[in-house]
Design a protein around this ligand. Sequence first.
Ligand SMILES: [Fe+2]
Length: 157
Amino acid sequence: MAGEHFLGEIGNVLLSRPELLDGVDPRIAQLFRWHGFEEVEHKAVLFDAFHAARGHGFYSYAVRIAGLWIAVVLVALALPSVSYRILASAGAAQDFHAGRGLLRFVFGRGGMLRGRWRAIAAYHRPDFHPWRYLDNRRLLSELRDTIVDPAWEVRAR
Ligand SMILES: [Fe+2]
C-alpha cells in the first residue's frame, strides 16, 4: 500500500512535470509517461482492498504504518546498489559527474523525490486515503488520449 502510494507520487511527478523527461529517447519517455499514468490510476486499489478486508481499526492502521517503514528501510538499503547498476548500464559506473547528476535528478532542487516527504507524512494520518491526499484523476483524464493508445486497452471480462 505504501509502495503504491509512493509510486503514485512518482507517477504524478512524471505526468505533471514533463520537463523531467527532456532529452530522453522519445520511446523511453513514452514508456515512463505510460507507467506513471498507470501507477497514478491504480494507486488506491490495494489500499481499498486491504481496508475492505481488514476494516479501519487500530490493527489495520498498525499494519499499514509498519509496512511503510519496512518499505522505507528496504528502499534506502537498495538505493545505492540500484543507482550503481543504473550508472553501470550506461557505462558510467566510475563517472563522478554522472553519479552526481543522478543524485541531483532524484534528490536535487526540482528533483523527482524532492519534497516527497509530505507524501510519507500524510500517509500516517488515520484518515489517509490516496485520492483524498491527492485527487489527480482530472489530470489523468486530460492526459489519457496522449498517453494511452486505445489499441493497448483490452476489454476486461
Ligand atoms: Fe503499482
